[in-house]
Design a protein around this ligand. Structure first.
Ligand SMILES: Cc1ncc(COP(=O)(O)O)c(C=O)c1O
Length: 259
């Protein structure tokens, strides 16, 4: 979807929706929301953006032309790894009515306690996202400068192929950083086992740092050929950088590499 022409080629008269995730999980590719919205307008489709990696504090797809935005509020909006939730936002009244009806009919509502937690979380969303972004940028730079990784994927790095586009549509670059570590899965596994501050877990977006192995964990259900084609290999590692002291996080990676 980084190639607008390819998306256009795949659109048919039956295409009703363009589903965009940006940055993408776990490869941190950036999709141009404004360009997708312009394409959708020409063809009569709707654009829906999964904004989970940014939260509304860092990226506002409705103002870039999207018709609807979805969030796993389990992640940054909740921010403390203690609730499960989701949200749909839209400025389209008809769509809002339809979503509301499905929610009413399907019963997809959070418990009062989770709503209470979410309301408390939202009050600190802006400062958490600022700290996640500051930490992740310093973390990504340190990992890149260390020369220990084949590649560091973070939209805030000047080396990211879509850094300019990221700057255009994001206020800051959030806390998700992926890397390729040479040496095959065995070395990667030892690296993961030796991290002390990063807990090995699938989730993301909480104040405490997590690390995930996409091939074996979050993206295990993606067919192997497709994983290979996408670059979700045994050497890919995804960090969710929390709001701890970033020097401690960098030191943790360094000690795990030494071991
Ligand atoms: C980008 C993105 N969208 C959606 C989801 C789904 O979230 P949930 O498990 O809360 O439904 C996740 C994570 O699982 C995610 O990373």
């Amino acid at each position: 979807m980084r190639d607008l022409g390819k998306v256009e080629q795949l659109m048919t008269g039956r295409t009703r929706m363009i589903w965009v995730e940006t940055p993408t999980n776990p490869l941190m590719q950036i999709i141009d929301v404004g360009a997708m919205a312009a394409l959708a307008k020409r063809t009569g489709a709707k654009v829906v953006v999964d904004n989970t990696f940014c939260s509304p504090a860092l990226q506002q797809p409705l103002s870039l032309g999207a018709d609807a935005v979805v969030h796993s509020s389990t992640k940054y909006i909740g921010g403390h790894s203690d609730l499960i939730g989701g949200a749909v936002m839209t400025s389209d009244d008809t769509l809002a009515e339809q979503v509301k009806f499905i929610q009413f009919a399907g019963g997809a509502v959070n418990s009062p306690f989770e709503c209470f937690l979410l309301l408390r979380s939202i009050k600190t969303l802006a400062i958490r996202m600022k700290q996640h972004s500051e930490n992740a940028l310093r973390f990504a730079r340190a990992l890149e400068d260390s020369g220990s990784f084949r590649e560091v994927l973070y939209p805030g790095l000047e080396s990211h192929p879509q850094h300019e586009l990221a700057k255009k549509q994001m206020r800051a670059f959030s806390g998700m950083v992926s890397v390729y570590l040479d040496g095959g899965f065995d070395r990667v596994k030892r690296f993961l086992q030796n991290l002390k501050l990063f807990a090995l877990a699938e989730s993301l977006g909480g104040v405490e740092s997590l690390v995930n192995h996409p091939e074996k964990m979050t993206h295990a259900s993606v067919p192997p050929e497709l994983r290979e084609e996408l670059g979700i290999t045994g050497e890919l590692v995804r960090f969710s950088v929390g709001i701890e002291n970033v020097d401690d996080l960098i030191a943790d990676v360094q000690q795990a590499l030494r071991r």
